[in-house]
Design a protein around this ligand. Structure first.
Ligand SMILES: [Zn+2]
Length: 215
């Protein structure tokens, strides 16, 4: 199979199943997955000036300025690991970032995992995590033993930003920021909208069906 789809952006609010479907796509297309959050965390872990500058924003919970994020992501994606393509989550977040991104990489497709605010809140509000970041869900994906992570055996808890009011606030910000992005990618014919409200397996099937037809 000669891939026509090599550089993919994932959009969708938290809880839309982006990372699950991203993995499905990565496996099918043999592409590397990467997230802006992961790039940022790695940069913070490396000692030095940049790490100290980033910590000054992240530690008190401030947003890392656009310039830093753009720089870090561009530098990462130019590494040989990604020469055959990538699937990126969490970037771009703004129209400005999207335009800069387009100047440096030719993006093939932008998958938007579409779910309503109501569904996003419902999914996130049952989410449980352990210290190591394994994710479970009270209803959709419960651990075998209540309150304990199946993978590492640590205690599960609800993250502060997964609580009601915080979720609603985060969603509102997300919607405001991405409405322009969605228009932008729609106009360029790259946007693929996937119904994210279906069961996980059904969503994967739609994604694979699309890729089989178009990649
Ligand atoms: Zn765990």
């Amino acid at each position: 199979m000669s891939n026509k789809i090599k550089r993919i952006i994932l959009l969708g609010p938290q809880g839309a199943g982006k990372s699950t479907q991203g993995s499905v796509m990565a496996k099918f297309l043999k592409l590397k997955e990467v997230s802006a959050g992961q790039i940022l965390r790695q940069a913070i872990l490396k000692k030095g000036k940049l790490s100290r500058e980033l910590k000054a924003y992240v530690t008190p919970g401030l947003l890392v300025p656009d310039g830093f994020v753009i720089d870090l992501v561009m530098r990462q994606l130019k590494k040989p690991t990604y020469k055959n393509g990538f699937i990126i989550d969490g970037f771009p977040r703004s129209l400005r970032q999207a335009r800069i991104f387009d100047k440096q990489f030719s993006i093939d497709k932008v998958f938007n995992f579409d779910i309503s605010d109501r569904e996003a809140v419902r999914r996130l509000s049952g989410r449980l995590v352990c210290q190591r970041g394994h994710i479970w869900h009270i209803r959709h994906n419960p651990p075998r033993q209540k309150g304990i992570c199946d993978i590492c055996g640590q205690l599960l808890f609800v993250r502060d930003d997964d609580r009601g009011r915080a979720i609603a606030r985060r969603l509102a910000i997300y919607r405001r920021k991405t409405s322009k992005l969605l228009k932008y990618y729609k106009k360029s014919g790259k946007l693929v909208v996937i119904n994210g409200e279906k069961p996980i397996k059904k969503i994967s099937q739609s994604v694979i069906a699309y890729l089989k037809k178009n990649a």
